[in-house]
Design a protein around this ligand. Structure first.
Ligand SMILES: [Zn+2]
Length: 299
C-alpha cells in the first residue's frame, strides 16, 4: 500500500487572472484518485513546517524576509507569485508534505505527495514558482534515520533541478540526477552530479533510452539508501512550457522504469509530482495520474 500525502491548501492560492500556474491541478489529482476508488483515509495531511526548521538549511535572511513579506519586489518577481500570507502558508504546508512523504516512504517503502518538486529554490533565493527546496529537505530528513546515508534525487522534470544541484553541490551523501530540456529554463544551468540536457522535440524512444542509461550510470557511481523522485510531466507533448515531445504512455513508461529501479535496489522511494503546465486541467491531471499508475496506486 503506497501512502499518499495531500492537503486542500495545495490548490488554494488566489492568483491574478491569466496567471499561468495551474494551481487547481493538485485538488484535481486528489479528486481523480478518489473517483478511481481511493478512499479519503489513504491521504495523510501535513502540518506546515516552521521558519526555524527552514533556517537550519537555508539562508535565514531569505527565509525570514520571505515569510514576513518584506522580500523585495525583484526577488518576488523571480519567484513568480505575488506575496500573500496564504502563499506562505501554502508553501510551508507543501514543503511539509514532501517531508512527510519521505518519512512515510521510509516506513512503508514508498510514498507519493500530491504536490512538490520545488527544485528551482536555492538557499538564498527562490525562482520559477519555487520558494523552498523540498527535495533537498526531504533528503536531509531521510538522512536523520540511522540506516540512511546516501540519498539519490532523480529529477525528471523538463526543467533542470538547478536549486537542488547547487544546494547539494558539496554534499557527497546526496547524488543529483537531472534529465531536462537543454533549451528550457533555467538558461544558466548548475552542475548536478549527472546532467543530461535533451534537444527540443525529443520523443518517447530516445527519452526512455536516456532515462534507462542514466539510472544505470547513477547506480554505478553511487549506492543510494533512499531515493527521491521528481516526476514532472512538463516533458509532455502538449505541455505549454516544456520543449520535449513525450506521450502520456511515455510518461507512464518513465515512471514505471523509475519505480522498478527503486524496487530492484530495494530502497525507499518518495515521489513528488513536479511541474506540468497544460492549461486544460483535466488533461494535465491525466498525465500526472501516470505516476500513481506506475506506483500501483490505481490501475
Ligand atoms: Zn518544470
Amino acid at each position: 500500500m503506497t501512502p499518499l500525502v495531500f492537503h486542500p491548501i495545495y490548490s488554494q492560492l488566489p492568483l491574478p487572472p491569466r496567471h499561468r500556474f495551474p494551481i487547481e491541478k493538485y485538488q484535481g489529482i486528489r479528486d481523480a484518485l478518489v473517483a478511481r476508488g481511493i478512499t479519503s483515509d489513504r491521504f495523510s495531511a501535513p502540518s506546515p513546517v516552521s521558519s526555524a526548521f527552514l533556517t537550519d538549511y537555508f539562508a535565514p535572511n531569505y527565509v525570514n524576509a520571505l515569510v514576513s513579506g518584506v522580500l523585495d519586489d525583484k526577488a518576488m518577481r523571480r519567484i513568480g507569485f505575488p506575496w500573500s500570507e496564504h502563499l506562505i502558508k501554502r508553501s510551508l504546508t507543501a514543503v511539509a508534505g514532501t517531508i512527510l512523504t519521505a518519512e512515510l516512504a521510509i516506513e512503508h517503502g514508498q510514498a507519493l505527495n500530491l504536490t512538490g518538486g520545488y527544485h528551482h529554490a536555492f538557499a538564498d533565493f527562490g525562482s520559477g514558482f519555487c520558494l523552498f527546496n523540498d527535495l533537498f529537505l526531504a533528503a536531509k530528513t531521510m538522512q536523520k534515520y540511522g540506516h540512511i546515508d546516501n540519498v539519490l534525487i532523480i529529477d525528471l522534470d523538463v526543467h533542470q533541478g538547478d536549486g537542488t544541484a547547487k544546494l547539494a553541490q558539496d554534499d557527497k551523501s546526496i547524488f543529483t540526477l537531472s534529465i531536462h530540456g537543454e533549451k528550457n529554463f533555467p538558461h544558466r544551468k548548475q552542475h548536478s552530479d549527472l546532467d543530461i540536457g535533451l534537444a527540443k522535440g525529443t520523443g518517447d524512444d530516445e527519452y526512455l533510452e536516456t532515462v534507462e542509461q542514466a539510472l544505470l550510470l547513477a547506480e554505478r557511481q553511487f549506492q543510494p539508501d533512499a531515493i527521491i523522485y521528481d516526476a514532472g510531466v512538463d516533458i509532455h507533448e502538449n505541455d505549454d512550457l516544456g520543449h520535449l515531445c513525450i506521450s502520456t504512455e511515455g510518461v507512464y513508461q518513465r515512471d514505471k522504469m523509475v519505480y522498478d529501479f527503486c524496487r530492484a535496489l530495494d530502497v525507499p522511494v518518495a515521489g513528488v509530482i513536479g511541474g506540468g503546465y497544460q492549461r486544460d486541467i483535466d488533461a494535465l491531471v491525466n498525465v500526472h495520474l501516470q505516476l500513481y499508475r506506475a506506483f500501483g496506486v490505481i490501475d
